[in-house]
Design a protein around this ligand. Structure first.
Ligand code: HEM
Length: 125
């Protein structure tokens, strides 16, 4: 998804599963501390969500690991997520990646790869 198959994937370059797990932990700390976003997660099983998010991100970064969660459309249907919410979440993910030492060029690649998901995730005004 992020480049030719003959180069190490972003997943490998940033440090594989332990690095992704650390990013996901920091990401949800930030998201759940964000007043505008926290309300969407009331009643959500955060441990299960983190598991799916780890596999989604690993897969998106080129890991040869399957993603076992729901489609982006199904997972976010009826949550009423706005474009503003979406941009905030991408910002928290970028900050979590930066915290883990991922370089800005790689973060920009990841953020632009997420933009097409907006259509499936944003259902609110
Ligand atoms: C960059 C965009 C996003 C990605 C890649 C993403 C990814 C995911 C993944 C992989 C899951 C797990 C699906 C499953 O458990 O089957 C999930 C669930 C969820 N996401 Fe997102 N998400 C994004 C944006 C957002 C935004 C903007 C919000 C709202 C603030 C949000 C709120 C949620 C909630 C509440 C769940 C749990 C739903 C449930 O368990 O019923 N997500 N997301």
């Amino acid at each position: 998804m992020f480049g030719p198959m003959d180069k190490p994937s972003i997943f490998e370059r940033i440090g594989g599963e332990p690095a992704v797990a650390a990013v996901v932990d920091v990401f949800y700390q930030r998201v759940l501390a964000d007043e505008q976003l926290a309300r969407h997660f009331v009643g959500t099983d955060i441990a299960a969500l983190k598991g799916h998010q780890r596999s989604f991100i690993a897969h998106a970064l080129g890991a040869e690991l399957p993603y076992a969660g729901r489609s982006m459309e199904h997972a976010h249907a009826e949550l009423g997520i706005t474009e503003d919410d979406f941009d905030l979440v991408v910002g928290h993910l970028a900050a979590a990646l930066a915290d883990s030492g991922v370089d800005q060029a790689t973060i920009a690649d990841i953020a632009s790869a997420l933009v097409p998901l907006k259509e499936a995730i944003v259902t609110g005004a």
